[in-house]
Design a protein around this ligand. Sequence first.
Ligand SMILES: Nc1nc2c(ncn2[C@@H]2O[C@H](COP(=O)(O)OP(=O)(O)O)[C@@H](O)[C@H]2O)c(=O)[nH]1
Ligand SMILES: [Mg+2]
Length: 366
Amino acid sequence: MALKAGIVGLPNVGKSTLFNAITQAGAESANYPFCTIDPNVGVVEVPDERLDKLTELVVPNRTVPTAFEFVDIAGLVRGASKGEGLGNKFLAHIREVDAIVHVVRCFEDENITHVDGKINPISDIQTINLELILADLDSVEKRIERSRKNMKSGNKQYAQEVEVLERVKEALYNDMPARSVELSDDEKLIVRDLHLLTLKPVLYAANVSEDGVADADSNPFVQQVKEFAAAENAEVVPISAKVEAEIAELEGDDKAMFLEELGLEASGLDRLINAAYRLLGLYTYFTAGVQEVRAWTIRKGTKAPGAAGVIHTDFERGFIRAEVVSYDDLLAAGSMNVVKERGQLRLEGKEYVVQDGDIMHFRFNV
Ligand SMILES: Nc1nc2c(ncn2[C@@H]2O[C@H](COP(=O)(O)OP(=O)(O)O)[C@@H](O)[C@H]2O)c(=O)[nH]1
Ligand SMILES: [Mg+2]
């Protein structure tokens, strides 16, 4: 399951700098066979304190975090929806990702040209959003036209389709993203078909200058972005791409010293990665044995057999039952034996919906 977050933004806002920092943090690609080999795609491991604690408890031969992919999507300029720059190619790349990290320039630097000549994060965001909205409007209008023709057959399904799509179109006309339209589950299915760009969840990465990174919240540009994002219920992660790129090259004590010099407690990258992971609607479950303690990624709402299938399709096909204990129960008990004594190891069947933090052991037969 290769879930992807795409990094978008205007030219010269720091997308590639951020992407390089993310990929330099380095993931053992052998552990993640699902990952694409492409210079613009990087694998990131998800930092998880629970995995560290489980490792201390079990002392396995190896520990493997879960991971997902970041894609550096270059080339968006004003007019992309009309074919400017990389135009449609760029938009096609966005269509393939599951969530969007929108990098916004909040740093000033005379040496780095801004495409519009001055720093204005809100206008930058709107420029990008407008291109996405225009592309979606195109898709929606085409589909409405088709559905109207099909309505003549008398099939009620098309009338409903037109009604829903008209609501989405109305929002787009008012410069609102498709995700702002409230839809029932049935309606979502209709809209999902169109793979709209503005339906994808978004978070904003406010790229601040290296000297302002410790106090990013008082940066007026960051404040503007936060206000804007609040209206869309979107998260903002202030980060200095340049600092992160420098941190990514350091290790151990050097890294700690550098962070201290900057007045930072931790790298902003971890926060960004975790925020993107949440944005993708993902849960983590664990397997914990002496060979390996490992984190696995599922979508919220996945049932036990589906979760087993993330490890191997055989596990899903031959699924019998799962032994499950919650992370909190295992941590409080201190060992699997105590968990069993306390009766906290549950046997769950095919209908069990896996929870974030579950520790699972699958019984299967193929
Ligand atoms: N001063 C400063 N420069 C930055 C920062 N982030 C990126 N840059 C510089 O801005 C330029 C464009 O960055 P790049 O990552 O290539 O932008 P992209 O076009 O969005 O991929 C490069 O020269 C970077 O070194 C930052 O936080 N502060
Ligand atoms: Mg770039």
